[in-house]
Design a protein around this ligand. Structure first.
Ligand code: AMX
Length: 432
């Protein structure tokens, strides 16, 4: 797989270097002050080959939409969901893998999944009151002791081979994340009654197993979850953070730990769990878990009036219902009959967009991925919602770390945009 990756990515690396040397003066567009002041939206600043986000259509991974991936990627059970290893293969190599290729990658990850003892010690040393994402980021950082890239750099390896050591770190890190996540979960919520990995299971199935939710239904959900959260092009906070930190040639463990501290923010991955937190607040406030649409609308208005966001709704790029939301809704329609949390997610989809749309300033009133995932997890018995963002973090590694290997093989330089004091922008806008 590494050799196939090299053959494909090396061609792109040559293209990257050629464009850099032959077309450096090409103008890509103009930058408006409004873009600078609203989080650099819409400025084409990053090269990311794993996936591309269209505001209307949603995410495509190497050109494939989520419905296409669910149809074409290899599955273990013909009527189930594809295994995420197939998506990792696609993002690395650019082709839909055969069943054998996907299973080979799955086995390769299983052989790399050993977590060093000191990482468990680091987790165990933290108070149980530490947030699961704090434990997750620290655990990832602690594995930097194992970094092949760091050792290669110190040994003076030529920079044209950096990608190889990065690939090794990336695959080891992806392989170990389910074990680390499950360890944090069992420590936090099951009194450290840990469950050993089963190397015969696929990457997502093994996570379900180690968390103690060992049914085919949960494995099917986890495979879907891990695929839809895997990547969202390069500009989102976690992906951009990993890329930025990586541009200083920090090792992949540093890069991904940094990415996870970004994912832990409420405007990004924490929304995965905040949606359920907010729904429970609503249930408590309204004193019913089957509120009317009018009651839900009142509660939404109350949230907005108190200067808070409605989690799971809105997006920095998307301008339509997120296809990751739709995929989960279809999954629920197929497998779940009359569940309170799922019903609430559907009800919110009916009630929230017109309210957000009427505010005026909100560019996208539609749901994002986080508006549904918590309800599905809750339905299948994963009720510990303060953990959900860790699952997001396990999944997001697939895309973000595949991109990091690309960054290295392309020979991307250190990232260093220019900043100015506010007065400079004022001068540009209004003159002296
Ligand atoms: N509820 C209330 N207000 C919202 C809102 C929401 N769901 N979405 C946007 N707004 C507000 C913004 O806070 C901003 O207010 P301000 O002008 O007073 O600062 C205004 O609307 C304009 O924002 P925008 O241009 O439409 O969005 P953005 O690019 O600034 O922010 C996002 C995007 C996702 C952070 C925002 O929609 C949000 O906070 N949503 C709720 C949290 C959430 O679901 N995050 C998860 C996103 C997906 C992910 O990364 N997992």
């Amino acid at each position: 797989i590494k050799y196939r990756f090299y053959q494909k990515a090396n061609k792109c690396a040559k293209e990257f270097q050629r464009l850099k040397s032959e077309h450096a003066d090409v103008v890509l567009g103009e930058v408006k002050l409004g873009q600078v002041l609203t989080g650099m939206k819409g400025i084409p600043l990053l090269v990311t080959d794993t996936s591309k986000l269209d505001p209307e259509e949603g995410i495509r991974f190497k050109g494939y939409s989520i419905p296409e991936l669910r149809e074409k990627l290899p599955k273990i059970n013909p009527d189930g969901e594809p295994i995420p290893e197939g998506l990792l293969y696609l993002m690395l190599i650019g082709e839909i893998p055969s069943q054998e290729d996907a299973l080979n990658l799955s086995r390769d990850l299983a052989t790399r999944a050993h977590v060093p003892q000191h990482t468990f010690d680091v987790i165990d040393a933290m108070p149980k009151t530490s947030k699961p994402m704090t434990q997750f980021s620290a655990a990832i950082l602690s594995m930097a002791t194992e970094s092949t890239f760091q050792k290669a750099y110190r040994a003076g390896v030529n920079k044209k081979y950096f990608w190889d050591a990065t690939y090794e770190d990336v695959m080891n890190l992806i392989a170990r994340l389910p074990r680390i996540a499950a360890y944090i979960y069992r420590r936090q919520f099951f009194n450290s009654d840990h469950i050993e990995p089963n190397p015969r299971l696929d990457w997502a199935g093994n996570l379900a197993h180690m968390m103690g939710h060992d049914s085919e239904e949960v494995r099917r959900l986890f495979r879907l979850y891990m695929i839809i959260h895997a990547d969202h092009e390069g500009g989102n906070v976690s992906a951009h953070t990993a890329h930025l930190v990586g541009s200083a040639l920090s090792n992949p463990y540093y890069c991904y730990a940094a990415a996870m501290t970004g994912l832990a923010g409420p405007l990004h991955g924490l929304a995965n769990q905040d949606v359920i937190f907010w729904i429970f607040e609503m249930i408590e406030e309204l004193d019913t878990d089957t509120p009317t649409d009018e009651q839900v609308a009142e509660y939404c208005k109350h949230t907005l009036e108190s200067g808070r966001v409605i989690p799971g709704y809105g997006h920095a790029v998307l301008r339509k219902t997120d296809p990751r939301f739709t995929a989960q809704q279809e999954f629920a329609n197929k497998y779940i009959k009359d569940d309170k949390m799922v019903n609430l997610a559907n009800q919110l989809y009916r009630v929230v967009p017109p309210i957000l749309g009427s505010v005026g300033k909100i560019k996208n009133p539609w749901p994002n991925v986080d508006a549904y995932s918590g309800s599905l997890l809750y339905h299948y018995g994963i009720k510990e919602y303060t953990f959900y963002t860790v699952m997001f973090g396990v999944s997001r590694a697939l895309g973000v770390l595949a991109s990091l290997v690309n960054d290295r093989i392309y020979g991307m330089p250190i990232e260093r945009p220019t900043s100015h004091p506010l007065s400079w922008f004022k001068e540009q806008a209004e003159g002296k």
